[in-house]
Design a protein around this ligand. Structure first.
Ligand code: MSP
Length: 504
């Protein structure tokens, strides 16, 4: 069964909500662009899509950063939350909701969710004594540490002793495990599914759902001396953003189709804790969770302290928004880790965009202008080209449905290269000089290839899709193939797509 059949044309796609302790970098952009590509593509197929991204604004980490900046937490969050929203908008992301966990509707509905947990008997009061890394906003056991340090931030965790409410994970773990094993909760890629199933074998401890010492958060229902643990509250954004309490029809329509796109760092929260919390609250777990890999920059983790975080806005200034989307999604396969070297961006930009797609498109349009009076000639698409197009449409769809973004883009580049091959072989300028009768057929093939690329390019590079569609007089987001183009249609000039860059 394909996912389309499974979702019945309705789709809900989410990204993690990002901590606002710092400004956005390309790691955050990566998850949101990927979700946007899927949202755009599904909308093209005629699906009814709800796409949500946003920011995670409560908790100790954000409160500490606000204090360091000499600001009130809310004012600090307003400023930084806006930076995330602005970056995602600048990246052309078409989210339906940008949720902030300080939004009044989220706070109100999150309280209802916690009340449901309390009513279900899944929460009990206890005392937590142990280790906490504020930078991760999570508890650690001794054996999870590396030489006594947080394995991620390499700083000593804080020793904490406080009153907490705990969630009885032990009551739900078996059912969550069963659903993962039965693929009712589908975890991808498979290595991540194995990783999660491995966690169950190690045993599952109950976890805290409140914090006593953290004041920047939602007061815990019935115990205002506590706040809801930032992670538990953050996960709830996926339901509150749909209108968990406020808009039940919308919630019921989209929630059963939920696809969470996340980074591999937050696997346990999404694949174990979140489904268990939902079951306890009487809701269905998410349908699918896809965990992607992590960028390092020149071999190092991206971080504020190393000063190596790449700013998406600076990249947009250099390459343009469409190229940034392309370059980020083609660095490495979506489920894997990869290293980013900014120098490699120039090379890839020139090879794939300037010399690849951009050059092919401009050659085709220019040749139609020169050799066919600027009009679509009367001709037929050759059997060979038609075969290639059918194959490439199928491969493209399969790749995207499986979140293989780099592979889908490879299909696009290969089709452009196929077209370039026709140009090299047939030399349309010679056919024109010799008044060869094959010329209209060759131009028809090239136009068919270019037209077929438009709807594939549009989800990845919406502006480029629009420019091409405008030149060819087609719809960038049509559901079905729009070739061959009607004979006699006058093409419009194509604005340059990707000017070549001097390699730095
Ligand atoms: N606020 C939590 C998530 C709550 S979701 C209910 C959080 N925030 S975060 O700001 O740390 O962002 C985490 C997410 O950002 C990762 O899961 C991943 O999607 C993305 N990335 C952050 N750094 C990244 C890289 N270096 N590389 C790729 N993605 C990265 O955790």
């Amino acid at each position: 069964m394909t996912n389309k059949e499974a979702s019945g044309g309705v789709r809900y796609i989410t990204t993690p909500i990002y901590y606002v302790n710092d400004k956005p970098h390309i790691g955050h952009a990566y998850s949101t662009i990927a979700a946007d590509v899927l949202a755009h593509w599904w909308r093209q197929q005629g699906d009814d899509v709800y796409f949500q991204t946003g920011t995670d604004e409560h908790g100790a980490k954000v409160a500490e950063s606000a204090e360091k900046a000499g600001k009130e937490p809310k004012a600090f969050c307003d400023e930084n939350g806006e930076k995330f929203r602005a970056v995602f908008a600048a990246l052309g992301c078409s989210f339906d909701r940008f949720i902030r966990t300080t939004d009044a509707d989220h706070e109100r509905q999150a309280v209802v969710f916690v009340e449901k947990l309390l009513k279900s008997g899944a929460v009990y009061e206890g005392e937590y004594e142990g280790l906490y890394c504020t930078q991760c906003e999570r508890f650690y056991t001794e054996k999870e540490l590396l030489n006594g340090l947080c394995p991620d931030h390499r700083i000593p965790p804080q020793h904490i002793k406080e009153k907490n409410f705990f969630f009885k994970l032990s009551d739900y773990a078996k059912e969550v495990q069963r659903r993962i094993e039965a693929n009712e909760i589908e975890i991808l890629p498979t290595e991540r599914r194995e990783e999660v199933l491995g966690l169950f074998k190690q045993g599952m401890d109950d976890f805290s759902v409140s914090r006593e010492k953290v004041k920047w958060g939602i007061p815990f229902p019935g115990s205002p001396d506590q706040t809801v643990y930032v992670w538990v509250e953050a996960l709830m954004n996926y339901v509150t953003g749909l209108g968990y309490v406020d808009d039940r029809p919308r919630f019921e329509k989209y929630w059963p189709t939920a696809v969470h796109l996340i980074g591999k760092d937050i696997l346990k929260f999404h694949c174990v804790y979140w489904p268990a919390l939902l079951l306890a609250a009487g809701e269905a777990p998410p349908k699918r969770i896809f965990a992607h890999g992590f960028f390092t920059v020149n071999g190092q983790k991206m971080s504020k302290s190393l000063g190596n975080a790449i700013d998406p806005l600076a990249l947009i200034e250099t390459y343009g928004v469409d190229a940034v989307r392309y370059l980020l999604l083609t660095q490495f396969p979506f489920g894997s880790d990869g290293d980013v070297k900014q120098e490699a961006f120039d090379e890839k930009y020139n090879a794939d965009l300037a010399n690849g797609i951009g050059n092919f498109a401009s050659r085709v349009v220019t040749m139609v202008q020169k050799f066919s009076g600027g009009e679509v000639p009367v001709g037929e698409v050759s059997v060979e080209t038609q075969k290639m197009l059918n194959r490439s449409q199928g491969e493209f769809s399969r790749a995207l449905e499986n979140l293989q973004f780099d592979r889908a883009l490879r299909v696009v580049l290969d089709a452009a290269a196929f077209g370039d091959g026709i140009i090299e072989k047939e030399k349309p300028w010679e056919l024109a000089k010799n008044k060869d009768a094959r010329l209209p057929g060759v131009l028809t093939d090239l136009l068919a290839i270019l037209a077929s690329l438009v709807a594939q390019i549009a989800p990845f590079m919406p502006g480029t899709g629009e420019k091409l569609a405008d030149a060819l007089g087609i719809d960038a987001n049509a559901r079905t193939g729009q070739w061959p183009l009607p004979a006699g249609r006058a093409l419009r000039p194509l604005t340059p797509l990707f000017p070549r860059r001097q390699a730095s």
